[in-house]
Design a protein around this ligand. Structure first.
Ligand SMILES: *Cc1c(COP(=O)(O)O)cnc(C)c1O
Ligand code: SF4
Length: 481
């Protein structure tokens, strides 16, 4: 198997294990139980590995009262201890900001409790539910939306049974997202108990597992686990890589095992200030995921959960990152950027505007490509399906049977009238006026002069179009009855 090595600049930093755990044997290091037991959960233990400025000790200790810490030795080994802003460190180490801004944010920013028919289930969408099966994780991410559910002790079996029972008596549910806390923290036997009960529900089509274990404790993904998961297909796994430096050979091996068990892998990243809030970082992450055969699925705006204010970015930043992906790298490497609407509104996709101008009645659109060039595009004539081909330049046999005059006309060509900035959102974060009018073209006012695309197919111009529309429709130009 080809496991992609990290980029050379990153490789230098990955001497971590030798630095942090020189005494640990390979057998211990590769044993996920050892990794799990040796997790760093207190500031004192953390201070043995990373420097904690004395003046921050108090605030960091306070943060831990709100939300526990857990860092596997493996994940710790990815941290560059000499970088006070290390992006891996920021994800799992409580910082003073967490406490300083703790008044901002909510316990349950997505209103998950509000859409909860039984404890642990969130039924927000018609055909799928979220099932929170556990209250612990391999590592605790400081920005976790669900930190309110993370407490000591296991989820009681009776609660799990009640969740399964809800799905069993709700035929609309064809997809379950088994998440947590991390479902892969369970033993294989316990996890299998849950999966087998779910699989016994006839109307449940797919089982999705949301897990950060491949990122934080990749040793856990062994052949035994994969063979067990494969018994309950179709099983999908959503992983959660946020930074290219998390794409290690160990993580690649874990993901390869899951893939070989027939499990499609999708990544859900969270956009985090000081961690991955640049187009270059997200592009490198997404390209690295592709090399590991993981499809970038979502890029989430960080939720306004308490203690995560210092991680939050603007939507303009998210759009800028998405602009930096489309056209600049494989379409397959581009996730959907989503903002989870407060109070349970659900995931709202937010995308840069490439349709700058759209006049529905004239069937005319102005499109922008990834380089900022503008293109004029005509829709098929309203009220008629007639096409008007022109002869190919070679003088081929293509002829219009309907309108020889139109067929003889050369495609109209206009000069490039300029580029616009690459982002529809300007430096101040306000939406470009042209972009704004695009979705309801009939009242779009600003005329945008485009480049004309090099199509050989000519549509009737706007004037012909409206006269045809008048003949074939109700007379006021609308094709609707
Ligand atoms: C994210 C989420 C899902 C799954 O949404 P998809 O867009 O299908 O991935 C389902 N239920 C809840 C409550 C969610 O938050
Ligand atoms: S792994 Fe997921 S559920 Fe667990 S703390 Fe991190 S973000 Fe939250």
């Amino acid at each position: 198997m080809h496991i992609n090595a990290p980029e050379p600049a990153l490789r230098a930093r990955r001497l971590g294990r030798a630095h942090y755990f020189p005494e640990v044997t390979d057998a211990e290091w590769n044993d996920w139980r050892w990794q799990f037991r040796q997790r760093i959960t207190t500031l004192e233990a953390l201070a043995r590995h990373l420097e904690i400025p004395p003046e921050e000790w108090q605030d960091r200790a306070e943060s831990l009262r709100d939300f526990r810490m857990g860092i596997t030795p493996y994940y710790l080994s990815l941290i560059d201890k000499d970088d006070p802003n290390d992006p891996i460190m920021r994800q799992v180490v409580p910082l003073a900001e967490e406490n300083l801004f703790r008044a901002i944010g909510e316990e349950d920013p997505l209103g998950e409790e509000q859409f909860s028919p039984v404890p642990g289930i969130t039924h927000r969408y018609p055909d799928r539910v979220l099932m929170v099966v556990s209250n612990n994780c391999a590592i605790y991410c400081r920005y976790c939306t669900r930190k309110r559910t993370m407490y000591e002790g296991a989820t009681p079996d009776v609660e799990l049974d009640r969740m399964v029972d809800y799905i069993a008596r709700t035929p609309a549910v064809r997809d379950v997202v088994v998440s947590g806390g991390d479902p892969l923290n369970y033993s294989n036997a316990k996890l299998e108990q849950i999966l087998s009960k779910l699989r016994a529900i006839p109307h449940l089509e797919i089982i999705r597992i949301g897990s950060r274990v491949p990122v934080a404790l990749p040793q856990r993904i062994d052949d035994e686990l994969c063979a067990m998961l494969a018994k309950y297909h179709p099983v999908w796994v959503n992983v959660h890589f946020n930074h290219p430096r998390e794409l290690t050979p160990e993580a690649a091996l874990a993901c390869d095992r899951l893939s070989r068990a027939g499990i499609p892998l999708n990544n859900q990243a969270v956009l985090l200030k000081g961690v991955n809030d640049s187009a270059a970082t997200i592009k490198s992450l997404c390209q690295g995921l592709m090399r590991m055969r993981i499809r970038p699925y979502y890029l989430y705006q960080c939720d306004p959960v308490r203690g995560a204010e210092h991680f939050r970015t603007t939507i303009a930043k998210g759009l800028e990152i998405m602009e930096g992906l489309r056209g600049h790298t494989s379409g397959l490497a581009i996730p959907t950027y989503v903002v989870d609407a407060p109070g349970g509104g659900g995931k709202v996709p937010v995308a840069p505007q490439y349709l700058l101008h759209y006049e529905r009645e004239k069937g005319r659109a102005v499109l922008r490509n990834f380089q900022g060039n503008l293109y004029e595009y005509f829709e098929p004539s309203q009220g008629t399906d007639e096409l008007h081909p022109v002869p190919p330049p070679s003088g081929g046999r293509l002829r219009s049977s309907a309108d020889p005059k139109a067929a003889a006309k050369k495609p109209a060509k206009r000069r490039i009238s300029g580029k616009i900035g690459s982002a529809p959102v300007d430096e101040n974060g306000s939406i470009n006026a042209a972009a704004n009018g695009a979705s309801n073209g009939s009242d779009a006012s600003g005329e945008v002069e485009p480049v004309v695309g090099k199509s050989r197919w000519v549509h009737r111009g706007p004037s012909t179009r409206s006269s045809v529309a008048a003949q074939t429709t109700n007379g006021n130009g609308h094709a609707k009855p």
